[in-house]
Design a protein around this ligand. Structure first.
Ligand code: PQQ
Ligand code: CA
Length: 755
């Protein structure tokens, strides 16, 4: 169907010819090399490979192939591509690593030379979700929004464009570029800041801008950049906060159908979050939280489907979409499938945008269902926090986030890394004030989780809320859990599942312990965990086949390719993203540090070398400075911290991002320079000058010091109530469980982390 598939079958034909030629020499026929051509393997973004050398009978023999040092401790979220024996991998900041896919030896590295002052605008970690490959060129976006075309041979830059329309606003780019015909398309991030979302399409050959599509109007009356915005403007209150940008960022999934010549684009949440502040008289607010089908030749909209009308919970529809042909009733339908954050699994006709089904794949309370006639979600009111705090399922982390799901055409199942979690949303007491280029959600939220630092209901900023016993009355169990779910997209039910939260159920770590997914025609499903294990399951029934401990936390989806008759499986490993500031209790990142690397596996490769173990802090240290500031300063400091800092600094233990409570005396001295002059921008801490005054910086510091002393005093009085900082992480299972894991029952059997 797609270019990628055509390329693959061309390789297969060449392979057959080659094996025909070698007939006389009585040698084993040479298997054709098979690559992985887009982030999700193909234009349909299936995360499925037809390879079957590694299969359910031998997956237990998977071992070390090679590893490659990515020279960073920021999170790894990308799936590399492999073309002609070379792996191209995108890494934090927008680096590209070209690596010999047989040996892991470096061929070239592209450094986008980012001005690191951009980091104060990063919402959810300095990450990259991938690159695109076409016509001998690698396309990559840097976090500051430049799109570069590189010569795949040597990494030389062929062209580069600045894709950002307004550098005063909170734009960054973490998403992958995608190819659609002769254009390369890129979106951007900033839906928690003041971005006005859009995608831009550039000519593959020259980098010339072909078209740009804004996802939300810039004003009530126009002039409108393109006709679709006039339609969209009617769904907004004319008094909407046009000045704040309104969100609708395209920060992750796209897919392309070459036959229909349609590009599919997932659009993110609204900014501000609360309707009351954003579009006071309501409206659906197109095209936030929508799936768009766009003609890549013209940039005109073919159809749209809005998953969350008038979103106010960060329910992005940016999640990766998969294109497949499914037998539904008596017909084969060309479908698009998505599991957006809002908790419903959508099957749409991808030619027309018609809704075929939408069923919850995790607990959902904001809506009772989706009306399949009108295609509209039916809101319950449980999500309405305009008059007081409300506990809502799913949480803003989503029933599913950026972690790729995978579709296996052999089993007909979609494998989804899901989250069962809720959050309490509320409007802050202080009136909302627009912060140019800064955080502008207009709402706050917290997770009912243990050890959740600034993200939890125990955080000082959430202290005035009613207790969970009251907020959660009559609601589903708020224990945070994660499951890998095999979902039948025709019957709309779970066929099998394994729990991936394990021993962390109820804690923030449970959120994304399970990473992105890949599936193969060896009847296999692959998923890494932040424990540092790559898990392999039988695709048909979830039977666990292998758990390979690599000593590096895995979030990204694995991929696979075959060279010289050897099938490799590879994954980019490293903890971070939105959870970068959370203490990764019990993970490989905690035990072995978080040096990012690519690890490749092959049959009979033996154990994977692990990084050296880190030394662990087992006590709560004494804060480096004495308490200071008034109670009012500390209260203000906590609110400022929640709005500006908590998206990175959870302050609940040693994470990939420092816990500010344990700043050294030296760091305390440099605090204003760090916050206001950007002296640590190279590490990811850009300047907040213009957003925070020197006096406010001191209020934030006073709040941090107060928290540090409270933790210290608690630890002195009752050691067992001290923050949980284990000295060793649990051992991972080395051998598969004997029993299959059938049916709908939740199980902890297969990942061994339930002890
Ligand atoms: O609205 C946005 O523009 C935006 C951007 C990003 C991003 O670029 O990383 C995330 C989110 N939203 C988001 O809501 C979210 O849950 C999230 C998780 C992650 C991550 O990398 O772990 N990024 C983002
Ligand atoms: Ca968002």
């Amino acid at each position: 169907m797609s270019n990628a598939w055509r390329a693959l079958s061309a390789v297969a034909v060449l392979g057959l010819l080659a094996s025909g030629c070698s007939k006389h020499e009585a040698a084993a026929p040479q298997a054709a090399d098979v690559g992985w051509l887009t982030g999700g393997h193909d234009d349909a973004q299936t995360y499925h490979s037809p390879l079957q050398q590694v299969d359910e009978a031998n997956a237990g023999r998977l071992g070390f192939g090679w590893s490659y040092d990515l020279e960073t401790t920021h999170g790894q979220e990308a799936t590399p591509v492999v073309v002609d024996g070379v792996m191209y991998a995108s890494a934090p900041w927008g680096f590209v690593h070209a690596v010999d896919a047989r040996t892991g030896r470096r061929r070239w590295v592209f450094d986008p030379k980012v001005d690191n002052s951009i980091t104060s605008k990063v919402c959810c970690g300095i990450v990259s979700r991938g690159l695109a490959f076409a016509e001998g060129r690698v396309f990559t976006a840097s976090i500051d929004g430049r799109l570069s075309a590189l010569d795949a041979k040597d990494g030389k830059q062929l062209w580069q464009v600045d894709t950002i329309v307004d550098h005063e606003r909170g734009y960054t780019v973490t998403g992958s570029p995608y190819i659609a015909g002769d254009v390369v398309v890129i979106g951007n991030s900033g839906g928690e800041l003041d971005a006005r979302g859009y995608i831009s399409a550039y000519r593959i050959s020259s980098g010339e801008l072909a078209w740009r599509f804004f996802t939300v109007p810039g004003s009530a009356q126009g002039p409108f950049e393109h006709p679709e915005l006039e339609v969209a403007a009617k769904t907004w209150d004319p008094k909407s906060r046009w000045d704040v940008g309104l969100g609708g960022t395209v920060w992750d999934g796209m897919a392309y159908d070459a036959k229909l010549d349609l590009l599919y684009v997932g659009v993110g949440n609204s900014a501000l979050y609360p309707r009351k502040l954003r579009s006071p008289n309501g409206g659906d607010n197109l095209y936030v939280s929508s799936i768009l089908a766009i003609h890549p030749k013209t940039g005109r909209l073919a159809w749209h489907y809005q998953t969350t009308p008038g979103d106010q919970w960060d329910y992005t529809a940016t999640q990766k979409m998969i294109l497949a042909d499914l037998r539904i009733g008596a017909r084969t339908r060309q479908v698009l499938m998505q599991a957006p954050k809002n908790g419903f699994f959508y099957v749409l006709d991808r030619a027309t945008g018609e809704l075929l089904s939408a069923k919850p794949y995790v607990p959902v309370t904001w809506a009772s269902g989706v009306d399949e006639k009108t295609g509209r979600a039916m809101e319950t009111g449980q999500g309405d926090y305009s008059n007081g705090p409300k506990l809502v399922f799913p949480s803003p982390a989503g029933g599913h986030n950026w972690h790729p799901m995978a579709f296996n055409p052999d089993t007909g199942l979609v494998y989804i890394p899901t989250l069962e979690a809720s959050a309490v949303f509320w409007m802050p007491d202080a009136p909302y004030v627009y912060a140019k280029g800064g955080p502008n959600t207009g709402a706050l939220y917290a997770f009912p989780a243990a050890h959740a630092g600034n993200w939890g209901l125990e955080s000082p900023a959430a202290k005035h809320l009613p207790p969970l016993s009251e907020l959660g009355k009559g609601q589903p169990d708020t224990t945070i859990r994660g499951f890998l779910r095999a979902w039948d997209p025709v019957a709309n039910k779970v066929v099998w599942e394994v729990e991936t939260s394990g021993q962390w159920a109820g804690q923030m770590n449970a959120l994304w312990n399970g990473g992105g997914v890949m599936t193969t025609s060896g009847n296999l499903v692959f998923q890494g965990q932040s424990t540092g294990a790559l898990h392999v399951y039988r695709a048909t029934d979830g039977h666990p086949l292998a758990a390979i401990d690599i000593g590096t936390s895995i979030m990204a989806a694995p991929m696979t390719y075959e060279l010289d008759g050897i099938q490799y499986v590879a994954v980019m490993a490293g903890f971070g993203g939105a959870l970068g500031g959370v203490h990764p209790v019990g993970t490989a990142a905690e035990r072995y540090g978080n040096a990012g690397r690519i690890v490749a596996f092959k049959l009979d490769g033996g154990p994977v070398p692990k990084p050296a173990e880190k030394e662990h802090v087992s006590t709560v240290p004494r804060p480096a400075v004495e308490r200071f500031g008034s109670a009012a300063d500390i209260q203000t400091g906590n609110d400022l911290l929640k709005r500006n800092c908590a998206r990175c600094h959870a302050n609940e233990g040693p994470g990939a991002i420092p816990d500010l409570r344990w700043m050294s005396a030296q760091t305390h001295q440099e605090f204003e320079d760090i916050v206001l002059k950007g002296v640590r921008a190279a590490k990811g801490m850009g300047s907040f000058a213009g957003l925070i005054t020197p006096a406010q910086a001191q209020q934030i510091r006073a709040a941090v010091v107060d928290s540090a002393w409270r933790a210290y005093e608690a630890a002195q009085n009752t050691p067992q109530s001290a923050p949980h900082v284990p000295t060793t992480a649990p051992e991972l299972p080395r051998s598969p469980e004997p029993e299959p894991v059938p049916g709908r029952e939740p199980t902890t059997a297969s990942n061994g982390a339930s002890r």
